[in-house]
Design a protein around this ligand. Structure first.
Ligand code: NAG
Ligand code: NAG
Ligand code: NAG
Ligand code: NAG
Ligand code: NAG
Length: 477
C-alpha cells in the first residue's frame, strides 16, 4: 500500500500547512486576513469582487512553485504512475499553499444559483426549507420564462464536496439550464453542511453538534423536507430526481427510513456514479481524505468541530485563487491524479466552478463512506463500534440499509473510468433495488468521478439521462 501512502500525503501536507495558521481554526477569531475574507463568512460576496486582479507580486512569488510543479505533475500523469508523486511535489505544493495562505487574496465570489440563472436569462427563485431537526437549507428554482407550461418538476441534490451550484458550472451547457430550456421546472437542493445549508434554528455551524451527521441525515431529514416543500409548491407528485454519487445514498436511506412516504412523490430517478455499495472503491482521493481526517482528529476535532473544513476562511480562498485564478492547470493535473486521467475536465470554467468548490463535509460523513470500502454488497448505518452501537442501536453491529425499500424506477449511469464509485458496485446496487426500481443501467465510458461537474463534452454526459427522462414522460407518466 506504499502508493496510497504517498498519495495521501498531498492533502495531508496542505492541511498541515493551513493547520498552523491561526485563522484556520475558528471563523470568528480575528486574524490578519479579516478585511479580505469578510465577505466569505458573512453575506455572500457577489460577481465583481471575484474579478479583483491577482497582485503581480503574488504571481511572482508563486510562479517558481507552479513552474516546478506543473511539469512534475504532468509527467506523473503521463506515466500514469502514482508512486511518482515525489517528495518534490509534496514539498513544493505545501510551500505553494503556505505562500498563498499568507497572502491577501481576492475573495471567492460564491455563486447563488438563482442569481446566476437570472444572468443567463432564466427565472430564478430562492427559498429556505427547515428540516424536522432544525437545519435551514437553501432551495433554488430555475425555469425558462418562455415555456407556457412545464413538462415535469426535476429536483437535483448536490454532489459530494459540492453544493447547489454543482449543476450550473458549465454556463449555458449546464445540466440545470439544459433542462430549463426544455421546459422542465428545475429545483436545486441543499444537504446540511454544504454551502446554503449552514444555518440552523439553534445550532451554530461552528459547533460539533452541527457537524455530527452523515448521509443518513441527508436521507432521513434533508431530502424529505425539500421534496415535500417542492411538491407543496408545484402541486407535483410525479417529480423526477436527478443527481450524482451521494444523492443515491440519501435516496436509499430515505426509502429505508420512510418507505413510500416521500418516495411516492417521485416518478423516476437518474443518478450518475451512485454511492450505494462502495466495496470496491479505490480512490486515492478518499484515502487522502481519510488521512486528513485522522490528522484533524488527532489535532483536536473539537476545535475543528467535526468539519472537514475545505470552506474555512483560509482554505477556500487558497483553493479558489490557485485553481480558479492563478494556475488552473495545476489543479487540473491534481484532480486527474486523484480521480483518474481524463480529457473531460474543462479548466476554462475553473474560475467559475471553484468559487463554490471544494465544499466542506462532516468528518463523520467521510468516515461513513470509508466504512464500506472492502465490504462487497454492504450498506449499513454508521458503525460506532461495539459499545456505542449497543448504546445507540441496542445491537453490536449497525443495521443494514434495505435497498429493496427503493421502488421508484431508477436509471443508473456508471462512469467508465471512475475509481470512487466503480461500475461493479453500481451494478450490484442497482440489482439490490426492488424489481420496479431497476429501470435502466448504462456505462458512460469516457467519464470519471469528476466528469459530471466540469465536463468538456456536456452532451455526451448529460444527454443520455435527459433522453431517458423524456422517454419516461410517456413510459412512466
Ligand atoms: C514509478 O515511479 C517510481 C519512482 O520514480 C519508480 O521507482 C517506478 O519504477 C515507476 N513505476 C512504473 C511502473 O513506471
Ligand atoms: C521543489 O522541487 C524541486 C525539484 O523539482 C526541488 O529542488 C525544490 O527543493 C522543491 N522546493 C521546495 C520548496 O520543496
Ligand atoms: C436563508 O437563510 C439564510 C440563513 O441561514 C439566509 O442567509 C438567507 O438569506 C435565507 N434565504 C432566503 C431566500 O430566505
Ligand atoms: C406541505 O403541505 C402540508 C399540507 O398542507 C403541510 O402539512 C406540510 O407542512 C407542508 N410541508 C412543507 C415542507 O412545506
Ligand atoms: C435490546 O435487545 C434485546 C434483545 O435483542 C431486547 O430483549 C431488549 O428489550 C432491547 N432493549 C431495548 C431498550 O430496546
Amino acid at each position: 500500500m506504499a502508493t496510497v501512502k504517498t498519495w495521501a500525503m498531498i492533502p495531508l501536507a496542505l492541511l498541515l500547512v493551513v493547520w498552523t495558521l491561526p485563522t484556520a481554526v475558528s471563523q470568528s477569531q480575528a486574524g490578519p486576513f479579516d478585511p479580505l475574507i469578510e465577505g466569505l463568512v458573512g453575506p455572500v460576496a457577489e460577481g465583481a469582487a471575484g474579478l479583483l486582479p491577482i497582485p503581480f507580486a503574488l504571481i511572482a512569488k508563486v510562479s517558481p512553485y507552479t513552474s516546478t510543479l506543473n511539469p512534475l505533475l504532468q509527467s506523473a500523469l503521463l506515466q500514469n504512475n502514482f508512486t511518482q508523486f515525489s517528495s518534490d511535489i509534496v514539498t513544493n505544493l505545501s510551500a505553494l499553499f503556505g505562500v498563498l495562505a499568507e497572502a491577501k487574496l481576492p475573495v471567492p465570489p460564491f455563486l447563488r444559483p438563482n442569481i446566476e440563472a437570472e444572468k443567463m436569462g432564466f427565472v430564478g427563485e430562492a427559498y429556505n426549507v427547515t428540516t424536522a431537526d432544525g437545519y435551514i437549507l437553501g432551495v433554488f428554482r430555475i425555469r425558462s420564462g418562455q415555456c407556457s407550461s412545464y413538462r415535469a418538476v426535476v429536483v437535483i441534490p448536490p454532489g459530494l464536496l459540492s453544493n447547489a451550484a454543482t449543476f450550473i458550472y458549465v454556463k449555458e451547457n449546464s445540466l440545470a439550464y439544459r433542462l430549463a430550456r426544455r421546459c422542465f421546472d428545475v429545483w436545486l437542493f441543499t444537504f446540511r453542511g454544504y454551502l446554503f445549508g449552514r444555518g440552523h434554528t439553534h445550532l451554530r455551524d461552528t459547533s460539533s453538534e452541527f457537524w455530527d451527521f452523515y448521509p443518513y441525515h441527508w436521507g432521513a431529514f434533508d431530502l424529505p423536507a425539500q421534496l415535500e416543500f417542492v411538491s407543496n409548491k408545484t402541486g407535483s407528485t410525479r417529480m423526477r430526481l436527478m443527481g450524482v454519487d451521494q444523492t443515491a445514498t440519501a435516496l436509499l436511506f430515505m426509502n429505508h427510513v420512510h418507505g413510500q412516504r416521500y418516495q411516492r412523490l417521485l416518478a423516476s430517478c437518474y443518478i450518475y456514479a451512485p454511492f450505494g455499495y462502495l466495496g470496491r472503491l479505490r480512490s486515492p482521493l478518499f484515502t487522502a481524505m481519510a488521512l486528513g481526517r485522522d490528522f484533524l482528529t488527532a489535532a483536536g476535532a473539537v476545535a475543528l468541530h467535526n468539519e472537514l473544513a475545505f470552506m474555512n476562511p483560509v482554505v477556500h480562498p487558497v483553493i479558489y485563487n490557485l485553481c480558479g485564478r492563478i494556475s488552473p492547470i495545476t489543479c487540473d493535473y491534481l484532480l486527474q491524479l486523484l480521480a483518474g486521467k481524463t480529457d473531460q475536465l474543462d479548466s476554462a470554467v475553473f474560475p467559475y466552478a471553484f468559487a463554490n468548490l471544494i465544499d466542506s463535509i462532516s468528518i463523520r460523513a467521510m468516515t461513513y463512506y470509508l466504512q464500506q470500502v472492502g465490504k462487497i454488497k454492504y450498506m449499513a448505518f454508521f458503525d460506532y463500534g461495539f459499545i456505542e452501537n449497543m448504546k445507540r442501536y441496542n445491537r453490536s453491529t449497525p443495521e443494514n440499509v434495505n435497498l429493496e425499500a427503493t421502488t421508484v424506477p431508477c436509471s443508473f449511469y456508471a462512469l467508465g473510468q471512475a475509481t470512487d464509485s466503480v461500475q461493479e458496485d453500481n451494478l450490484d446496487t442497482w440489482h439490490a433495488l426492488a424489481k420496479s426500481a431497476q429501470s435502466t443501467f448504462e456505462v458512460l465510458a469516457k467519464y470519471n468521478g469528476i466528469g459530471p461537474f466540469v465536463p468538456v463534452d456536456t452532451e455526451s454526459i448529460y444527454g443520455p439521462a435527459i433522453r431517458q427522462l423524456e422517454t419516461d414522460l410517456t413510459r412512466l407518466p
